[in-house]
Design a protein around this ligand. Structure first.
Ligand code: CO
Length: 219
């Protein structure tokens, strides 16, 4: 095995030893059950290590990551993670977390071609088209890209709320709040996009608010 991979295994042994030194029963307790309160839906980007950046331990957060943190209505991978998190683990919070300087968003904005993934990123292109008038008002490329990263999170928050899993959970009276956050790879800080939705009415109000803000509807 290459020296670099040997190093990863050595790192792992040191990590497990360190946790056990603080709590000798830690892994034994976790081996029988997990009771995470959070589901994290984030980008695969290596610079956004979700559990680390919120300083949680193994067992605290259920995680789904894909390129550009997209929630697609027919993506059975993401849907299965959500279904298990909602119906079995009964998580109370679903956090959709995007990040600035997302390579997936950038590729979609600049029409870069990478192969198969272009089809996945087509969903970001749809968001760009939807908000094109609003986005055209940004004078510089960086702030426009930041705005797209934020809009993409909001769209995915709405997608989480729109699918049958969350809608039915809310109908049953299950306590689930869906949040939109964004992470800056430049300072290591999360920003709350002030989108915390716990009912279908709150979701509809948030969609209307965004539509008004971005000029999709005019009063
Ligand atoms: Co990304």
């Amino acid at each position: 095995m290459s020296q670099k991979l040997e190093q990863l295994l050595a790192n792992n042994r040191a990590w497990a030893k360190q946790i056990k030194s603080q709590d000798p029963e830690f892994f034994t307790k976790l081996s029988t059950q997990q009771t995470p309160k959070y589901l994290w839906i984030g980008c695969s980007d290596s610079r956004v290590p979700c559990t680390q950046l919120v300083d949680l331990l193994p067992g605290d957060m259920f995680v789904h990551r894909n390129v550009a943190n997209l929630v697609i209505h027919t993506d059975f991978n993401c849907l299965s993670v959500m279904q298990y998190a909602i119906d079995v683990l009964k998580v109370e919070h679903i956090i959709v977390c995007g990040h600035y300087r997302c390579g997936g968003i950038q590729a979609a904005m600049q029409h870069q071609e990478f192969g198969l993934i272009d089809n996945w990123l087509r969903h970001v292109q749809d968001t760009l088209n939807k908000y094109q008038n609003y986005l055209a008002a940004f004078s510089d490329e960086q702030s426009r890209m930041d705005a797209v990263c934020e809009l993409n999170v909001m769209e995915q928050v709405f997608n989480v709320c729109e699918n049958t899993l969350v809608r039915n959970a809310w109908k049953r009276g299950q306590n689930i709040t869906v949040h939109g956050w964004i992470y800056s790879v430049e300072d290591g800080l999360l920003r709350d996009l002030n989108l915390s939705l716990a009912t279908i009415e709150e979701m509809k109000a948030a969609v209307k608010h965004l539509d008004l803000k971005t000029g999709l509807i005019v009063t």
